[in-house]
Design a protein around this ligand. Structure first.
Ligand SMILES: [Zn+2]
Length: 467
């Protein structure tokens, strides 16, 4: 049996790992898009370094686009098998993938206008809405903790990982020439004190582990403190300076975490009177799906909904789908909070809000999630004094704050806690994926210092034998 790393290898996005059994069956774990790579992004996503027609089955850890976003392209290029995921992941993918098709179309409009001026041929989207709809027929739901007999060689089940709604780790049992082998793929690892999600669950002993590394060298502040920190930023921006607080946030997960924190502040009477807008059709729909799945969320939410039936809604909060209504926000000159997507500020309405507010010292841009270094969010995080948005240069006069409290990824202590269910002497090898290379090197040292052996950081397209 072999495993080949086709994405999220020494980088964060583009999760794709291909397992080939001794009997020649090919199983793809995740099929994510690369994101935030500037002009390199498109060719990286367009071509696969394997033949999609030869893949027998796909198993999807969760609905984030860097894990699921290239599925329509996989199907378009000839994949005929099933895509296994939890019921909530399927529900979310339907939403996220159609949105991604639209985002591509919009992004290409600008790019192609520039290309046509230079006499260059237009770039076509990698997939369209029809491709997404076709790919959705391949999805097959499998709830957490239920075994699935895939074929004579492979069984698998998902276990709770607490990252976003529907997320699961993949626990595979594979018959090899040497005997039965357990392979574990973490997907993205959540947190033990998340405000919304259940904590990650222990998983059965594995021989081989594919483990994420996003925050392999970081410790996060405790999520419990997040509401206090957020309130201070709101007071400073919207009350003291009478400015706007602009929050780029992933539509799925981070947006609801921020809204939930504001909801709690409102319930406690601490939030000042001001308008809050969630300005993103995708975020609005994702919040709807969260509301339909409240029972899958943690005990705190179960307690809250006895007295507050909607943890994601409060007086003063408006959800905006309509583009015209969104444009009206540009003209608002009173203090407010605008939460919008995308989280890395690479696409979507948030770019307009940042463009409109970035050169005024009264305003604050609050970054609450991971941003790749090249993305607009990443450049703001790095403290750049000038940034380019839609081809123009803007001076950064607004305050830029970073809050890591909302991270949906565990820090290295939480990831160690997650792995502590394993007998280290029985783990034959750990492959680190989904992380910047420098971070992965630190994470590797930490794992070795904590008793794990044979920790590898596979290169893109490297193939490893699983004995
Ligand atoms: Zn994720």
């Amino acid at each position: 049996m072999t495993i080949t790393f086709h994405g999220a290898a020494r980088t964060v996005t583009g999760s794709k790992h291909l397992l080939t059994t001794d009997g020649g069956k090919k199983i793809l774990l995740d099929c994510g898009l690369y994101q935030g790579r500037g002009k390199d992004t498109y060719p990286l996503n367009e071509h696969f370094n394997f033949n999609p027609e030869e893949i027998d089955a796909m198993i999807l850890s969760h609905a984030h686009i860097d894990h699921s976003g290239n599925i329509p392209n996989l199907v378009k290029q000839g994949f005929k098998g099933k895509i296994y995921c939890t019921p909530a992941t399927r529900q979310l993918c339907e939403l996220m993938l159609i949105d991604t098709a639209h985002v591509q179309q919009n992004d290409l409009k600008y790019l192609n206008m520039r290309r046509s001026k230079k006499g260059e041929l237009p770039v076509l989207p990698i997939y369209n809405e029809e491709d997404v709809k076709r790919s959705l027929h391949h999805f097959q739901e499998l709830p957490l903790d239920e075994n699935f007999h895939l074929n004579d060689e492979v069984d698998f089940h998902f276990t709770e990982v607490g990252h976003i709604l529907g997320s699961g780790c993949v626990n595979l049992t594979v018959k090899t020439k040497q005997g039965e082998r357990k392979i574990f793929f973490s997907g993205d690892i959540g947190r033990y004190h998340d405000r919304i999600m259940n904590p990650p669950a222990p998983f059965p002993q594995a021989d081989y582990i594919l483990c994420e590394s996003t925050y392999g060298n970081r410790l996060h502040p405790l999520p419990e403190e997040s509401e206090k920190v957020l309130l201070q930023i709101v007071l400073q921006t919207c009350v003291a300076k009478k400015g706007k607080l602009i929050i780029p946030a992933f539509s799925l997960g981070r947006t609801q975490e921020v809204v939930y924190a504001l909801n709690n502040l409102k319930n406690r009477g601490e939030l000042p009177q001001l308008n809050v807008y969630v300005d993103s059709p995708l975020s609005v729909s994702a919040t709807e799906i969260m509301r339909q799945n409240l029972k899958s969320l943690n005990d705190e939410i179960q307690n809250l909904i006895r007295t507050d039936s909607d943890p994601f809604g409060f007086p003063g909060l408006t959800y905006i789908r309509d583009a015209e209504e969104s444009k009206k926000l540009n003209e608002l000159d009173q203090p407010c909070i605008i939460i919008s997507a995308s989280g890395m500020a690479e696409a979507g309405r948030i770019k307009h809000h940042i463009k409109n507010s970035i050169s005024n010292h009264k305003n604050t841009i609050l970054l609450v999630g991971y941003c790749t270094p090249d993305s607009l969010g990443g450049r703001l995080m790095a403290g750049q004094k000038e940034v380019r948005i839609f081809g123009d240069t803007y001076e950064v006069k607004a305050e830029v704050h970073i809050m890591n409290e909302y991270s949906a990824h565990g820090d290295y202590n939480e990831m160690l806690q997650f792995l502590s269910c394993q007998d280290k002497s029985l783990v034959k090898q750990i492959f680190l994926v989904h992380g910047e290379y420098a971070v992965q090197q630190d994470w590797k040292k930490t794992l070795i210092a904590n008793g794990f052996k044979n920790v590898e950081i596979p290169e893109l397209l490297s193939e490893w034998a699983i004995d």
